[in-house]
Design a protein around this ligand. Sequence first.
Ligand code: ADP
Length: 463
Amino acid sequence: MNDYSVFRRSRLQLALWYAGIMGLILSISGVGIYRAAIESSWLAMEREIESIAGTLHDSVEPLLPVGENPSRVLQQIFPDLCLRGELCEKTPTLIQRHTIGISDRNTYYIRLFDRHGKLLAFSPNQPRSLPNRFNPTPWQTFRTPRGIRYHQFTTILHSTPQSDPSARLNTHSSWGYLQIGRTLEGFDTQIRRIRWILGAGFPIALVLVGVSSWWLSGLAMQPIYQSYQQQRQFTANVAHELRSPLASLLATVEAILRLSPSNRNDLSVMLNTVERQGRRLSYLIADLLFLSSLDVNSASTSFQSCCLNDLASDLTEEFLELAIASDIVLTKQIPDDNLYILGDESQLYRLVSNLIANAIRYTPAGGKVEVVLRSRDRAALILVKDTGIGISLEEQRRIFDRFYRVGSDRSRETGGTGLGLAIAEGIARLHHGTIEVDSELGQGSTFAIRLPLASSIVSESKI
Ligand code: ADP
């Protein structure tokens, strides 16, 4: 197939289109999967921060004092936090206590601000470059100069109302703010890993898609290529078949033109040859036109009810004269009950007559040809049996091919073109039927046509 540039080009175009579309689908899916994976882990991380913040908030809020120096109280509540302005050498254990059950414990830090946004206390593991200035936005993401990203959540803390009425006057609904954050190092590593997998996987997938699309486009082109080859072979056969009679016809015409007046007696013989060759050409062209009409009309043929009993009887009678001339006994076996099928009568006549003509043609004098009609399994069976020369097993597979002739010379002698059985098979196929051959060399052949009976008429005939 790759020897023909038109097929190679079409295959390449098909493969490129296929690879392009697959590549586009893969890219869209890859981006979708990437975004979904990032989004879900981002949401899971935010939920985790929120849940830790909630736990801290609920456990801290009832203990918050009103109107006292918060440093003293904070030291009691958060013994592990560093107080602003004081030396801090503590280890981050408090946040660990509050995040029991959460796998990634060392990544969190907390900070406490008063209600004016002044930093009061912070975890010792908070990022150094974190500004002390308070930003009330609930969710914030920032990057340190070292390139590490942090994500933090800010929630309001309310102080507990006091029982002392004078103290209640000082009660402010907002005591301050709790800020809890975490490093995004793990998250960013995960993103990088996903990007790397997608980045490396995409070209590999693209190469695989390219190879498979080349292979698939080859598969898709195969039937087209085969049909093209058949068409080429057919055209070559047609040219060959037309050339021989034409050449012979031209040679005869030239001979006639050169004929001297003394040889006028040969003229009628030569004209007979011209007529025979012309007729042969005309039959060949008619057969070719009929074959192509069979290919085109596969669905549009309007069928009518046809009686196969009449068809078999008529054809047996028609060929009787030829059979007698060839010293062949032609008999028929037709049931009393009529068998009907839906079909094109003239085509059906052609189908059966092709088989009978062949049977007589390929049966030596003294032989027998029998036409049998019967019904079986809701189908009509037409058998054309002969006691002729038979066909070998290998040839049986090829005799339905266009222009195929067993021993072309012998067939040419009999006037065959090699299209008769191809036409017969085409007609049978058009009528949703089949045609099969059973033959033995030197013993004879049986051609069996099976055609579906017209269902509405089946009941009329006894099957
Ligand atoms: P042709 O026009 O040459 O007969 P067909 O397509 O009708 O072409 O037949 C193809 C070949 O099948 C013939 O060349 C012939 O050799 C073989 N063939 C067909 N029918 C018979 C038969 N009844 N007995 C033996 N050979 C047959």
